[in-house]
Design a protein around this ligand. Structure first.
Ligand code: GCW
Length: 691
């Protein structure tokens, strides 16, 4: 069963009703121009392994006789459009338009044609075909599928070393790093290859393996050799490697006296690094940079702009076609003063720092923006920066790892939250301007953009620490490919592939998952007040008192009578003014701000009446009871699946759900008691403060 965890949704387990499919399956596989280790070669291997696993049918791979077909035996042909058209010139006119990484599938009467715009696309097509089969569907179909955006990356926050020998993962809840150990790249990269396989199967095309809080030692010659070995095990899956850089490396590693991005010796040093990396990894995806944030060095250390910093790397990458993802998560936690400054606001930082820079970035720079202006809270408005960068490519950073959302010890299915974010309409210039269309390169002239998911898997055989949490990784990939896919549809696909197509299993996992984000929001932080976790200690478990009185800027400004951040222009931090006019007007006014973001934008009395008719404080009490009550049903629901899921995964999940049910009560009582003690207002339900 550890195998079940490791293979995730790629189990290729035998399915019921497989008999009816047999006559429709191909009997041989033909890969076009596949050299060993190429994605098309991998596609051939996957097809034979998958069909053998699901149906017990062994296919001939590239046998000479099948090459021309004999009219009866049917062949699955997989390769690039280019390779196919070479030998079938007549086909060219019939084939659809594909963009980079796109694929075309034609499955009819056992003839299976799997064509990719590039090799990677062909592999994606093979995975798609296998996914359809593994879900028990063997009807004929044709499909043209193109990704919504070119950048579909994974970020891992893996440290090369942590104190002793550990390669730990920052905000990772699934064990040690699969890449690093003892300050070096691991000798055994089996898990890295397995990871790449999972990522390729959901259309993800690059991984930045080292933490954005980057260690300059990543760039020693020995470690660059190690990075090249990671790239080697990724390559068969069409996954490229990206590297996080430490801005001060010219000084700390290179021994220069400066890391000023306009200094000639610094520029040359970075060019040397880039050349050395591309010599080892000719297909390297590019760089990821966190600068001038949370104590990290950056261009502003030398009074240079963020654009000057980003462009320095962009220039070194340009000859190689590489790109740089430059993070918008820039703020200075040392200068925020809550007590003295009513207008201080961490949420303003990115908008302010990037102000005036929109036409200053090279075209291979993409600004990587966290979905919200603060930090992966249970609910935030969408970062207004997406609407400011019109001439600059943008990527949205989503967090699969549940840092503030229960750290995989709580089930929180994130697709519904991501959908709200991606569907949000900024109304730039009064026109439809959804987040997904902005990062998908459809709304503004810049085409280069997309998605970065902070995943943080580890050596645990479940990858993320929990079997059910893998639906979030699956959903991330599926939404980066197609943001119009539905949360429920994605979940059901994932469930069938991961567990089974048993109706009861599907129903229960769907119910649990779809209720999980609302439940977690109810018991962790309501009305846009953020996740009330302990801010200083690990971002886990309730501690509403810890939000305020420190410079981290995740404030609630709760006192005896009032609560919430005044982010209005007229009286507050001015953050609402960072949105385009229609949205700014909505958030500026208490009356038009949705209840679920009320305390994000406004500072109000606990007795403020919501649109729902309840007061803020009563909403807190009720929501905490409702959310934790929902969590009590999770283990009970799960128990109805006993015997329908293998015992090992059944028990593992049950253990977590029982824990979640208990911890939700801790959340409920801590938060409710805290606000009762602050406000002195009793619960009209008689549950809080009356004992
Ligand atoms: O969410 C915060 C995390 C840090 C992280 C930082 C970032 C990698 O608590 O652990 O550092 O954001 O995104 O840079």
């Amino acid at each position: 069963a550890a195998e079940d965890g490791l293979s995730g949704w790629l189990r290729y387990a035998p399915i019921k009703g497989a008999k009816g499919c047999h006559s429709k399956l191909p009997s041989a596989i033909l890969t076009l121009n596949a050299t060993e280790g190429s994605p098309v070669y991998t596609a051939g291997q996957e097809l034979s392994q998958g069909i053998s696993g699901i149906f017990g049918k062994e296919l001939e791979l590239n046998a000479a006789e099948t090459r021309h077909g004999n009219g009866r035996d049917t062949t699955a042909t997989v390769g690039t459009v280019h390779a196919y058209v070479d030998s079938n010139p007549d086909a060219a006119a019939r084939l659809p338009e594909l963009v980079d990484d796109g694929f075309y599938l034609d499955v009819s009467r056992g003839k299976v044609l799997i064509l990719g715009q590039n090799e990677r696309g062909a592999l994606y097509g093979a995975f798609h075909y296998l996914s359809v089969l593994a879900q028990g569907n063997c009807s004929d179909f044709t499909l043209t599928s193109n990704p919504d955006a070119p950048i579909r990356w994974v970020n891992q926050w893996d440290n090369m070393q942590d104190g002793g020998t550990h390669g730990s993962v920052e905000r990772g809840y699934g064990g040690d790093s699969i890449f690093f150990w003892d300050g070096k790249v691991r000798d055994d990269l089996t898990r890295a290859a397995q990871y790449a396989r999972l990522l390729a199967s959901i259309g993800l095309n690059a991984v930045v393996a080292n933490n954005v809080n980057a260690d300059a030692k990543t760039l020693t010659p020995e470690n660059m050799d190690g990075l090249a070995r990671i790239a080697d095990v990724f390559r068969p899956y069409g996954v490229q490697l990206g590297v996080s850089l430490n801005f001060a490396a010219p000084e700390t590693l290179g021994g220069l006296s400066s890391f000023d991005p306009l200094d000639e010796t610094v520029i040359n040093w970075w060019q040397g690094i880039t050349d050395a990396l591309y010599k080892r990894i000719p297909d390297m995806a590019g760089y990821l940079v966190k600068a001038n944030s949370e104590g990290q060095p950056g261009p502003m250390t030398y009074n240079r702009t963020l654009a000057e910093g980003a462009n320095m790397f962009a220039h070194t990458l340009k000859p190689y076609g590489g790109i740089i993802l430059f993070r918008a998560f820039v703020y200075d936690h040392r200068t925020l003063n809550q007590t003295l400054d009513w207008k201080a606001d961490r949420a303003n930082a990115a908008g302010n720092y990037f102000d005036g820079l929109d036409d200053k970035f090279e075209d291979n720079v993409v600004i990587q923006i966290k979905n919200g202006p603060i930090d992966f809270q249970v609910r935030e408005p969408v970062s207004p920066l997406f609407s400011h960068l019109v001439k600059t490519g943008a990527a949205i950073e989503l967090q699969v790892s549940q840092e503030y959302l229960g750290q995989q010890a709580h089930l929180v299915y994130l697709a519904p939250m991501w959908k709200e974010i991606l569907d949000f309409d900024f109304r730039v210039d009064g026109k439809p301007s959804r987040t997904s269309d902005i990062v998908g390169g459809k709304r503004f002239p810049r085409k280069l953009g997309g998605y970065a998911g902070v995943v943080n898997v580890g050596t645990n055989t479940t990858w993320l620490g929990s079997h059910l949490a893998m639906s979030n990784l699956y959903a991330y990939g599926r939404l980066a490919w197609d943001p119009s896919a539905t949360s429920e549809g994605i979940l059901q696909e994932w469930t069938k592939l991961t567990f089974s197509d048993d109706k009861k299993v599907l129903d229960v996992i769907t119910k649990l998952s779809m209720e999980s984000w609302p439940a977690y929001e109810n018991y962790s932080g309501n009305l846009g007040i953020q996740t009330l976790t302990d801010i200083l200690l690990g971002h886990y478990g309730p501690n509403p008192a810890s939000q305020d009185g420190n410079p981290w800027g995740q404030w609630t400004r709760a006192d005896a009578d009032t609560i919430g951040m005044d982010r209005t222009v007229w009286n507050g931090t001015g953050f609402s003014g960072q949105y385009p006019p229609e949205i700014a007007a909505m958030y500026e006014d208490v009356a038009t701000t949705p209840d679920n973001l009320l305390l994000w934008f406004h500072h109000v009395p606990y007795t403020q009446v919501l649109k729902s008719g309840k007061t803020v404080i009563q909403h807190f009490y009720d929501a905490h009871y409702a959310g934790s009550a929902t969590a009590q049903t999770f283990p009970e629901l799960w128990k109805t699946l006993k015997g329908r899921i293998d015992d090992e995964r059944y028990e593992h999940v049950l253990y977590r759900l029982v824990y979640q049910a208990g911890h939700s009560l801790v959340w409920r009582d801590s938060v409710n008691t805290f606000y009762f003690n602050k406000s002195g207002i009793a619960d009209t339900g008689g549950r809080v403060g009356n004992h």
